[in-house]
Write a protein that binds this ligand. Structure first.
Ligand code: PLP
Ligand code: COI
Length: 350
């Protein structure tokens, strides 16, 4: 791996006011794909790229990304949470978008080297972490619609606080009744850039009405899918339910971790198709006791208000519920190495 270090380090932001994804560290990891292979990984100063106006990804959206985090533990070590799962998911996204596979081991070693160089950017205040964003874009300079012959892969790092402005305070989510995020057979199960572009309008609509994000339903507006940047869970009649991975939603790594934690704790959980009408009926019957989202950026985000057909369903008096709280504590406990990791999820930066 070639390493070119920056001469003068950037000034750090105030780590108590980070927000999400606003600051970037001193270095980044890059490699280019041409003639059927990736070049040697390089760590270079974080800087702008120069790109051709005709570059394929700018026109046809052949672009994918991932999101994972590094955490500073109380004793000063750095952990990574399930990094190989993110890189393997990136390879599945790449396959769906006709993009080349990355070598998961080489890239994860590269990310660890990058983290060592920029380790002083990992914030340590409660609720903060270093967000890692691997990205792949098509770089061929041609306007024909076909899979690009060349690509750029890069990893940038951003010290972050909580994704939602109000931290662990319950979120307000609006059930989207008009637009659709992804059909089965589409790209909904991948982390491709176009999914996010397609979700913006519903997100804006939700924001304008005073909600944080939209809850997507399936193409027939019957079944619950996921939220803009997180998977969704409902606690109904004491059973934790989350939409099954039918091919239109992202198989979240936090979602998978939540299901494994629930199983370990003996809390009944189901991956199933969930009718939005079933959620509403449970609310009316008083059996919908909690709702929460899960994601790398969102961690565990309780849902306090669900806007549905002009009505605000207030869940658990708009407070974080016991299952959401337990999951938040356990998940972050494992990530920050305060709790023993029985699952082999955490990797240490040595
Ligand atoms: N769903 C969407 C659309 C997302 O963008 C994310 C975030 O990555 C998730 C779900 C949660 O996935 P993960 O837990 O792997 O971060
Ligand atoms: C993540 O949780 O990693 C996400 O990608 C969510 C969002 C910032 C796109």
């Amino acid at each position: 791996m070639k390493i070119t270090k920056i001469n003068i380090k950037k000034e750090k932001p105030d780590f108590s006011k980070l927000g999400f994804g606003k600051y970037f560290t001193d270095h980044m990891l890059v490699t280019d794909y041409a003639n059927g292979k990736w070049s040697e990984l390089q760590i270079v100063p974080y800087d702008r790229f120069s790109v051709a106006p005709c570059m394929a990804s700018l026109h046809y959206g052949q672009g994918i990304f991932e999101g994972l985090k590094a955490y500073k533990t109380d004793n000063g070590t750095t952990t990574l949470f399930r990094p190989l799962d993110n890189l393997e998911r990136m390879n599945r996204s790449a396959q769906r978008l006709c993009m080349p596979q990355i070598d998961v081991k080489i890239v994860s070693d590269g990310i660890k080297e990058l983290l060592k160089i920029d380790e002083d950017w990992i914030p340590s205040l409660p609720g903060t972490s270093l967000y890692i964003r691997p990205t792949m874009i098509a770089t061929e300079e041609v306007l024909g619609v076909h899979p690009s012959k060349s690509y750029k892969f890069f990893v940038i790092l951003s010290p972050v606080g909580s994704y939602y402005a109000n931290g662990l305070a319950p979120t307000k989510i609006l059930v989207e009744q008009e637009y659709v995020r992804a059909p089965i057979g589409g790209t909904g199960a991948t982390k491709c850039m176009g999914n996010y572009a397609a979700s913006l309008l519903a997100g804006e609509k939700a924001n304008r009405k005073g909600y944080d994000q939209a809850l997507w339903l399936d193409v027939d507006h019957k079944y619950v899918e996921e939220v803009g940047a997180m998977n969704i869970f409902f606690v109904i009649d004491g059973i934790v339910k989350t939409p099954a991975l039918v091919g239109s939603i992202l198989p979240g790594i936090t979602r998978d971790s939540v299901l494994k934690l629930l199983k370990k704790n003996g809390i009944p959980a189901e991956e199933t198709r969930i009718l939005i009408s079933e959620v509403y009926d449970a609310y009316r019957a008083g059996t919908l006791t909690e709702a929460f989202g899960s994601g790398t950026a969102a961690v565990i985000s309780p849902v306090g208000v669900l806007g549905y057909r002009g009505e605000d369903l207030i869940i658990n008096k708009n407070k974080i519920g016991p299952i959401s709280k337990q999951l938040y504590d356990e998940l972050t406990g494992i990530q920050y190495a305060r709790i023993k990791d029985e699952f082999g999820w955490v990797q240490y930066l040595k």
